[in-house]
Design a protein around this ligand. Structure first.
Ligand code: ACO
Length: 339
């Protein structure tokens, strides 16, 4: 691979975008499908409604809209993008959906591929993008986090279906001079030995092929989750990793402008904020309207907070993604915005 920007070892986030499906489903409406209530869901999770992809929408379309919006904010010509990374666990096409987004964006010079790390996917993709930017391989990367878990929950299982929604978010990342690096630090973790507590497993269904040989039918069972195990994992591991990151970067929790966690449960957000004495005004949350959109939560929340003026240029964001795998990660980032 030919390096195109050897002297640019820093990373800047210069644009954001997001898109959500047109259908919204409230807790009350969900109560017509499963035995639950608005008060139970709100008290246990903070979720009030979620968006669900409708018959005329696809994840690629949502991702395209989010990507276009990020390009527009960054002021980028689509042909100037070198890489499109799509973090998703629910692509329209198991062979990869990122190239279809590349085609819709007319980003004809970009290489495009998918990356899967469930709800940690966006953070893992952002860190992956940073490697390409820092080593001089690429100069401009569009990182998209998008998921359509509405297709993969069992809508008759009240313990999971109330949690998830669909959406897409995107960030435009650019190589900059090392002195302007906005990715101040990151840590990533995986622990497959605990993966059983949250899975979207392949169907174990073998069909006869020819005499003496069978094949496994393609397809996936709905999401299976041990909610309490995942909850305990999140409130234990996320603060521990953030603390390690703050120590390693010698950054104090007081200097964090925004806590931007994967939007899984308001109680998880509150517990992490409390651990670092971060006041609630600094905790970004849109769980009330969108629920858990998996790989989309962080860029979707970021875009909304940038567009409504809460996050502004130079703000320090402590972010963490966590979820199936199990996987988790944390990063300290300064938002730059359009230059
Ligand atoms: N409505 C009403 N009652 C319910 C519902 C519901 N939707 N769901 C469960 N209950 C009932 C249970 O049956 C149980 O009843 P019982 O006491 O009679 O047995 C009771 O409520 C309590 O159930 P718990 O499972 O103990 O409830 P908990 O307080 O743990 O909350 C929750 C459940 C919200 C799922 C919580 O455990 C949680 O948020 N866990 C983390 C999940 C998560 O973040 N997952 C996504 C990770 S990201 C990724 O990678 C996709």
């Amino acid at each position: 691979m030919v390096g195109i920007a050897q002297n640019l070892c820093g990373v800047a986030l210069v644009g954001s975008g997001s898109a959500t499906p047109s259908q919204s489903l409230s807790n009350e409406e969900l109560g017509h499908r499963v035995e639950t209530s608005d008060s139970w869901i709100k008290a246990r999770t903070g979720i009030g409604s979620r968006c669900v992809i409708g018959p005329d929408e696809t994840l690629v379309q949502l991702s395209h809209r989010a990507g276009l919006s990020a390009l527009s904010m960054a002021g980028w010509d689509p042909e100037s993008i070198d890489l499109i990374l799509l973090a998703t666990s629910s692509p329209d096409d198991l062979f990869g959906s990122a190239p279809k987004i590349q085609a819709l964006l007319a980003a004809k010079n970009a290489v495009a591929f998918d990356l899967t790390a469930a709800c940690s996917g966006f953070l893992f993709a952002l860190v992956t993008a940073a490697q390409f930017l820092r080593n001089g391989s690429f100069r401009r990367v569009l990182v998209i986090g998008a998921d359509q878990l509405s297709s993969w929950v069992n809508w008759d299982d009240r313990t999971t279906c109330v949690l998830f929604g669909d959406g897409a978010g995107a960030v435009a990342m650019e190589a900059v001079d090392a002195s302007q690096d906005d990715l101040l630090g990151y840590l990533l973790r995986s622990d497959g030995s605990r993966g059983d507590s949250l899975q979207l497993p392949q169907i174990r269904d073998h069909l006869p092929l020819v005499s003496g040989t069978s094949h496994q039918r393609g397809g996936f069972d709905p999401i299976q989750m041990n909610g309490q195990e995942v909850y305990k994992f999140a409130v234990r591991e996320v603060p521990a990793l953030l603390e390690k990151l703050l120590n390693e970067t010698q950054i104090s929790a007081d200097s964090i402008d925004w806590l931007l966690l994967h939007q899984a449960n308001q109680r998880i957000l509150d517990a992490v904020a409390e651990r670092f004495s971060i006041p609630s005004q600094k905790v970004l949350s849109n769980l009330g309207s969108y629920g858990n959109t998996s790989a989309a939560t962080i860029p979707l929340m970021l875009d909304q907070a940038v567009k409504d003026g809460r996050v502004s240029s130079g703000d320090l964001i402590a972010t963490s993604g966590f979820g199936a795998g199990l996987s988790w990660g944390a990063a300290l980032i300064r938002w730059k915005g359009p230059t």
